[in-house]
Design a protein around this ligand. Structure first.
Ligand SMILES: Cc1ncc(C[n+]2csc(CCOP(=O)(O)OP(=O)(O)O)c2C)c(N)n1
Length: 347
C-alpha cells in the first residue's frame, strides 16, 4: 500500500496531519475519505436507532437493522465510490450502503414511515425496496437470494453492451444457502461476468444459526467450486472491508467474479418483529458489541491523529440534529396520494 494523497475528498472540518508513526493509509484512500466515512457511520447508526424507536412508538411498521454491519457496508461502498463505475444490488439490511450512496436521513424516515416522497417505490413496498436509479441501486424485494440472479443478469447485460460497470451484490449467510445463489454464481463464473459478491455473514438467518444451515465454516470456501476466488475478511474492520472490496472490483473488471465474505455481527433481533432473546445468548451479543464499529472506528481515527475526540462529538451532535429534523419532517408528511397507486406498474 502506498500513502494516499490527502486532497481528493471534501470534508467540512479541518483534517489533522496523520501521526508520523501511524500506518500508511490504504491504497487509494485519503485522510478525508476516512473522516467522511466516520461521519456517515455515526449518521447511519443514529438513523437506525431512531427507526427502531419509531417502530416502538407505532410509527414504523417494520425494519431490519444494520447495527453491527456498518463497517462491512461502508467499507465496501467506499470501494465502489472510489472506483466510480459500479451498480449496486444491496439487500434489506444494507441501510449504510444506501445512505453512503446518497440517501438522506429525511428520505430514510419517509420510507420507514411509508410517506409521500419515499424514493424507492413511492411508499408502496417494504421500506427502501424498489429502485433508486439515480444512485444506481436496485433492490426489488426481500425474497432471500433473488437479487443474486438479478444482479448477475445486470452484469451480463453490462458485458454484452461493452459497458465498463462492475456490479456489486450484497447478501446474507442465509441467502448463500439458497439454490438461487448457486445458480447465480455458477452462471457468473461460466460467463466471467464483472461482478463482486459480498456475503455479510452474521451467522444467523433469523433464528437459524450458521451451523444448522451449512457444514462449513466459511461461505467464501464455496467460491473455489464455482471457479473463482473467495476471501474472508473481518467485517467489523472497515478498512479491511474497503481493501477487500477494492480488490474484488478490480478483479471483476479485469477477470470476472469473486466472493468476499465479511464476518460481521447482528446486534439487534432479525427485524423489529423478532425477539432474539429466545435463541441468542445475551453474553454473546454483549461480547459482539465490544467490537462495535461505531466505537472502534472513530477511536482508530483519533489514535491516528485524523480526528480529535471533540470532532467525533460534533459528528454525533450533527447526526442527532439531522435525525430529529428528519423524524419531524417525515412524521408531518402525508401518505402517498391514492391516485398514484398504479404508478410504476407494468400492467
Ligand atoms: C425465499 C425466501 N425464503 C424465506 C424468507 C424469510 N426470510 C426473510 S429474511 C430470512 C433470513 C435471511 O438471513 P441472511 O441471508 O443470513 O440475512 P440476515 O437477515 O441475517 O442479514 C428469511 C429466511 C424470504 N424472505 N425469502
Amino acid at each position: 500500500m502506498t500513502q494516499a494523497n490527502a486532497t481528493d475528498a471534501d470534508s467540512a472540518i479541518a483534517i489533522a496531519q496523520t501521526s508520523p508513526d501511524a500506518p500508511p493509509l490504504p491504497d487509494g484512500l485519503a485522510a478525508a475519505d476516512l473522516v467522511e466515512v466516520c461521519r456517515q457511520l455515526i449518521m447511519v447508526r443514529t438513523v437506525d436507532e431512531r427507526i427502531w424507536m419509531m417502530n416502538r412508538q407505532g410509527k414504523v411498521p417494520i425494519a431490519a437493522s444494520a447495527q453491527g454491519h456498518e463497517a462491512a457496508q461502508l467499507g465496501s461502498l467506499l470501494a465502489a465510490r472510489k472506483d466510480g463505475d459500479c451498480f449496486l444490488f444491496p439487500y434489506y439490511r444494507d441501510l449504510a450502503v444506501k445512505m453512503a450512496a446518497g440517501l438522506t436521513p429525511r428520505q430514510v424516515m419517509l420510507s420507514f414511515m411509508g410517506k409521500d416522497g419515499e424514493p424507492y417505490s413511492g411508499a408502496r413496498q417494504f421500506p427502501l425496496q424498489g429502485a433508486d436509479l439515480p444512485r444506481k441501486i436496485i433492490q426489488i424485494s426481500n425474497v432471500v437470494a433473488a437479487s443474486l440472479t438479478q444482479s448477475v443478469g445486470y452484469a451480463l447485460g453490462c458485458k454484452m453492451l461493452g459497458d465498463d460497470t462492475v456490479t456489486l451484490c450484497w447478501f446474507g449467510d442465509g441467502a448463500s444457502s439458497q439454490g438461487e445463489t448457486h445458480e447465480a454464481m455458477n452462471f457468473a463464473s461460466i460467463h466471467q461476468l464483472p461482478i463482486l459478491f459480498i456475503c455479510e455473514n452474521n451467522r444467523f438467518a433469523i433464528s437459524t444459526p450458521q451451523s444448522s444451515q451449512m457444514a462449513i465454516g466459511d461461505v467464501a470456501a464455496r467460491a473455489d467450486s464455482y471457479g473463482f476466488p473467495g476471501f474472508v475478511v473481518d467485517g467489523m474492520d472497515l478498512i479491511a472491508c474497503y481493501e477487500a472490496a477494492r480488490q474484488g472490483i478490480d478483479h471483476a473488471r479485469r477477470v470476472g467474479p469473486s466472493l468476499v465474505e465479511m464476518k460481521c455481527e447482528r446486534f439487534m433481533p432479525h427485524t423489529t418483529d423478532d425477539d432474539d432473546r429466545r435463541y441468542r445468548d445475551r453474553d454473546a451479543v454483549d461480547a459482539a458489541r465490544r467490537l462495535d464499529p461505531v466505537a472502534t472506528f472513530p477511536a482508530l481515527l483519533v489514535e491516528r491523529g485524523l480526528l480529535t475526540p471533540e470532532q467525533v462529538d460534533e459528528f454525533r451532535a450533527e447526526a442527532q440534529q439531522q435525525v430529529n429534523d428528519a423524524t419531524d419532517y417525515a412524521d408531518a408528511a402525508p401518505p402517498p396520494d391514492a391516485s398514484t397507486i398504479y404508478d410504476n406498474l407494468y400492467a
